[in-house]
Ligand binder design. Structure first.
Ligand SMILES: *Cc1c(COP(=O)(O)O)cnc(C)c1O
Length: 237
């Protein structure tokens, strides 16, 4: 089995090759998705050189943020956010990638407060219009962006999406392309929009080809997750 170090550097090389092919070398950030992984596993990947991590659940994430506060890691919340969790999310994460409705903008802004650097925000877009899925509709992006831009304690950085996991790569690529167009439109209207978060272990090469600046990889780094419907408690056994 390859070491964690070898796996990480193999993934970074694949990202770099895809970015170079797309004419954008050194432009893509790797976010390691550490949901269901222990703080010790995160620590090991950090020791191999990784510094940006993403969590889906506020509580599970906070436990790892606390356990690893001796390292200078950057933490992103990438899972669906309930409004009653905004206070904790704004206190412990550096980025929230899953902002998809006005209520969250107001709650995160108030919770972050003026005493710290602004919370980095991505708007999550339901790009394929899937029923029951998180994310705002593409035609709601502009209004939601205006709201974030008006919030003093938030900093709008761009867009995030999880396209429909369609088996046909051409269909996924079309979804990434549609997101890129939304992103370009947003960036044309506002300064400081620099992050397009799309692509997971299965399809990050396609996402980079279509303009991703940040890819979110779990399986490619840590191996397959067990298929438990709820995350295991992130406490030491
Ligand atoms: C789990 C998850 C990922 C990572 O998925 P892999 O297929 O393991 O790379 C990326 N983004 C989000 C929002 C996720 O929930």
């Amino acid at each position: 089995m390859p070491s964690l170090h070898q796996t990480l550097h193999g993934v970074l090389q694949t990202i770099e090759n895809a970015a170079t092919l797309a004419g954008r070398p050194r432009s893509v950030t790797l976010l390691a998705v550490s949901k269901t992984r222990t703080a010790d596993e995160v620590r090991a990947l950090a020791a191999a050189g990784q510094s940006v991590f993403g969590e889906n659940y506020v509580q599970e994430g906070i436990e790892k943020v606390r356990a690893l506060s001796d390292l200078s890691l950057e933490w992103h919340l990438i899972g669906h956010l309930q409004s009653n969790k905004c206070r904790e999310a704004a206190a412990h994460f550096d980025w929230v990638q899953s902002v998809d409705r006005p209520k969250l903008v107001a709650a995160l802004d108030q919770a972050r407060g003026p005493g710290r650097p602004p919370l980095n925000v991505l708007l999550q877009v339901n790009v394929d219009g899937e029923a029951g899925k998180s994310g705002c509709a593409p035609d709601q992006v502009a209004a939601l962006a205006d709201q974030v831009l008006a919030a003093p304690n938030l900093r709008l950085r761009g867009l995030m999406a999880i396209p429909e996991p369609h088996p046909d790569p051409a269909r996924r690529r079309a979804s990434f392309h549609a997101l890129r167009r939304l992103f370009d439109d947003l960036a044309a209207h506002h300064a400081g929009i620099d992050t397009l978060s799309m692509g997971m272990s299965e399809d990050f090469d396609l996402a980079i080809a279509e303009g991703a600046t940040l890819v979110r990889l779990g399986t490619a780094l840590f191996g397959a997750r067990s298929a438990s419907p709820t995350p295991p408690p992130a406490v030491n056994p």
